[in-house]
Design a protein around this ligand. Sequence first.
Ligand SMILES: Cc1ncc(C[n+]2csc(CCOP(=O)(O)OP(=O)(O)O)c2C)c(N)n1
Length: 360
Amino acid sequence: MFSTFDPLQGKRLTIMNESGEIVAPEWMPKLPDDKIVDAYKTMLYARIGDLKAVSYQRQGRLYTLPTNIGQEAAAVGSALALEKTDWMVPAYRELGAWLVKGATMRDYFFYFGGSEEGSRYPDGTRLLPVSVPITSQLTHAVGIGFASNYKGEKDVVITYFGDGGSSQGDFHEALNWAAVFSCPTIFFCNNNGYAISLPREKQTKSKTIAQKAIAYDMPGIQIDGNDLFAVYRATSEAVKYARDGNGPVLIEAITYRLGAHTTSDDPSRYRSAEEEKEWEAKDPLLRLRVWLEKKGLWDDAKEKDYSEEATSDIESQFAEFEQYKATPIEDIFKYTFEEMPDSLKEQMIEVRNHVNRMGG
Ligand SMILES: Cc1ncc(C[n+]2csc(CCOP(=O)(O)OP(=O)(O)O)c2C)c(N)n1
């Protein structure tokens, strides 16, 4: 697949177009119908969860948070290509992927409600905490891939970042190291067109992000990130390639964030209403829904029932978060090391004493 979709020649993988039609049946993944319905449900759940979180933030009940709306196919499709034992190293805008990996909306609310509790997943989830410092997570993902090789295991790592992240030094260091040491790490770029207000065209002279893979001699592929089937197929191929010991892969998923960068941002200051309208028509949920309806797998009644079910589940998880008392300050020190090093213990005691002095 990777040789067919040469990013230098402007090739991009699309399997299902904006109208929900299969335009490249030869690449259609062999997914059973019930799995596709489940994928749609997860995308819908992530969308409802995202919209709810934004509205709770507007009510002053959560802190600043990034919006996910429009990027659900890229998140869910890529995560579904992983095995349970594979690792996920997130950025901050892939809610659907975290849900597939085993996180819950409760975790999401805790994290964006300012509690360490939101980064504690059940043992064995193999999902790292949210990473806001841009692309710092890529080097961690390479380290985990390196460790997987060192231990002779077959676990693959996926890490997410944005188009803006590809300009960071960490991006280049991570790709170089992963290629040199053949780490089974998949670099998944959510190219949503903007790094806050900076358009992709001003981010890099390269015509694609995917072509940056060529410099490191690894496969790079550009895909339609709003097409669940293209995302799942390309990520599955990358997972197989990495698991077979061939090293890393760079995937560039073309998508669009239909919402604001974060709840502190106003996108109308840097992009036009026409552009937003154009992308609304490419909504990843809409096209999958059309496809499912044509196959008789989904309808209005199912949409309504599932939306109600998801909404009440999300609301009850939010209620759980709001009933929880603030986590102790010590928690910010606790979860990085299995055994806390002395230097960290000293800092923890210092902070505790400071808080006590302030009467906290
Ligand atoms: C190291 C670092 N520099 C700057 C920031 C501030 N910042 C937060 S998001 C962002 C833009 C990131 O854009 P992109 O990588 O395209 O991802 P997106 O937010 O669009 O998903 C910046 C510059 C940061 N979080 N970390």
